[in-house]
Design a protein around this ligand. Structure first.
Ligand code: UD1
Ligand code: CA
Length: 463
């Protein structure tokens, strides 16, 4: 029998007070809903439907065709949101897992366990619960004297006594699909909140069907994110878990509480990460690398034994043993060869270098294909932009570029060229040439005295 998943993501997230719709808001730089969809993709689920509404384009742009969509025009509550999937799912036989779009810490293991329990117990409805020290804001699980679930009471509707119950509704349910839409259409508007509560499904089914619960032991994994304080808590939980896993796998972290590693980052053993470092996106860090302090890497591929400190690397690759920083900026598909040296205040954009190339200080390299053994003097600039278009620079192997050189693109510098310091190079340079492209120096003997006037004598008064 197939399994289906519904993710409710149509709500405004009013409590967030952010412009982005809640489910698109990032946790460790990745939109919340992507965590959920990723887990669904990794699980035994045949079709996934996201219910979207408020700012739906943002969510749909994020998820593309990874899920099917049902639209909830007006946000009339979670029960109403789930009902919007009726045209897509009502004729299916199987199990439907309903998830909320604001619980990013859920894992594939949890999803698999829920489905397994639901099937094993032959429940018609399994409500996933957990026990929270501070259950405020969550729906509470009401049970009878035999421990059977009777209802879910929303925080707003709960009596003082019910509010003391610590067992909460995580917002995840597994339900027999043939019954789901029948039940959803029976849900009535709550008189207090004027919403259709999905949670009412328990009371609707408990007498005639098998309704059970599955309890998640670690409450952290099922926290709901409703405001920006919750965002920071979710980030902390995720960060601590990721860092712990990495440290146990041989990644050394100095002050791990200041280190943020994204969910999809891969780091090999024998890597050292120094304080205040953030590595996110689909970055990969190979063995022996030393990263940080004060470094940000997003979608960076860092090869063996590279050292990066006080630097920014975005969408770029750095090969073996190269050192980056302090204060370097690699972006937009910079591809730096092995044994390079990229030093202080060097920016490299959409450029590649071969092995053993050095740009040790103060350089801008953009739209450049550069060979091996090249030395960029301090202050070298590839002048790639003419105010309208970007142009390419080609530099061969073993080229020496003197300090303060401008290479006006488009331009080709062939192998073994030597460019004199201070040159503004506008023409291609053939192999092996020495290029000097600067004004000639004139020394006027004994002339400086005409320019350097003696200072007036200070007779003790303030001038
Ligand atoms: C919900 C549950 C509560 C549970 C808690 C767990 C209900 C009535 N309450 O409360 O029992 O303890 O989650 O975190 O279900 N959404 C829509 N359309 C709507 C309303 C909401 O798609 O009309 C989506 C939201 O985008 C969100 C999710 O449903 O992703 C949950 O909505 P939210 O308002 O956060 O519910 P809670 O008050 O947290
Ligand atoms: Ca919520």
């Amino acid at each position: 029998m197939p399994n289906f998943a519904i993710v409710l993501a149509a709500g405004k997230g009013t409590r967030m007070r952010t412009k982005l719709p809640k489910c698109a808001f990032p946790i460790l730089k990745k939109p919340m809903i992507e965590y959920i969809v990723e887990n669904i993709e990794d699980s035994d689920i045949d079709r996934a439907i996201a219910v979207v509404g408020h700012e739906r384009k943002v969510i749909m742009d994020l998820l593309g065709n990874r899920v099917e969509y049902a639209v909830q025009e007006d946000q009339l509550g979670t029960g109403h949101a789930a009902l919007m999937t009726k045209p897509l799912l009502e004729n299916e036989e199987g199990t439907t897992l309903i998830l909320l779009g604001d619980m990013p810490l859920i894992s594939q293991t949890i999803i698999e366990k829920i489905l397994h329990t639901h099937h094993k117990t032959a429940n018609d409805l399994t409500v996933v619960t957990s026990t929270f020290d501070d259950p405020e804001g969550y729906g509470r699980i009401l049970r009878d004297d035999y421990g059977r679930i009777q209802a879910i009471r929303e925080d707003k509707n709960a009596t003082d006594e019910e509010k003391r119950i610590n067992e909460i509704n995580t917002g995840i349910y597994a339900v027999k699909n043939e019954l789901l839409f029948q039940m959803l259409s029976k849900i009535e508007k709550d008189s207090l909140k004027k919403e259709y509560y999905l949670t009412d499904i328990v009371e609707l089914m408990k007498d005639d069907y098998n309704v059970g619960t599955f309890t998640i032991r670690n409450p952290k994994h099922v926290m709901g994110v409703n405001d920006l304080v919750d965002v920071s808590e979710a980030e902390k939980i995720l960060r601590d878990e990721i860092n712990r896993g990495l440290m146990l796998s041989g990644v050394s972290m100095i002050n791990p509480e200041t280190i943020t590693i994204g969910h999809n980052v891969k780091i090999e053993g024998n890597v050292t990460i120094n304080p205040n470092t953030t590595i996110t996106g689909s970055s990969k860090i190979a063995e022996g690398a030393v990263i940080g302090p004060n470094t940000e890497i997003h979608n960076g591929i860092i090869h063996e034994n590279v050292h990066v400190k006080h630097s920014l690397i975005y969408d770029s690759e750095v090969h073996e043993r190269t050192t980056i920083g302090p204060f370097a900026h690699l972006r937009n598909h910079a591809n730096i060869g092995r044994d390079n040296r990229v030093g202080n205040f060097v920016e490299i954009k959409k450029s590649s270098t071969g092995a053993n190339t050095k740009m040790s200080h103060l350089a801008y390299i953009g739209d450049t294909e550069c060979g091996s053994g090249v030395n960029f003097g301090s202050g070298s600039v590839t002048v790639n932009y003419d105010g309208v278009n970007k142009h390419k620079t080609y530099i061969g192997d073993d080229v020496f570029i003197g300090c303060n050189t401008n290479l006006i693109a488009p331009i080709r510098i062939e192998d073994n060229v030597f460019i004199a310091a201070g040159s503004t190079v506008t023409k291609d340079i053939p192999k092996g040439a020495l290029a000097i492209a600067r004004g000639h120096q004139i020394n006027k003997e004994d002339y400086a005295k005409n320019l350097i006037k003696p200072k007036p004598k200070n007779n003790g008064e303030n001038s």
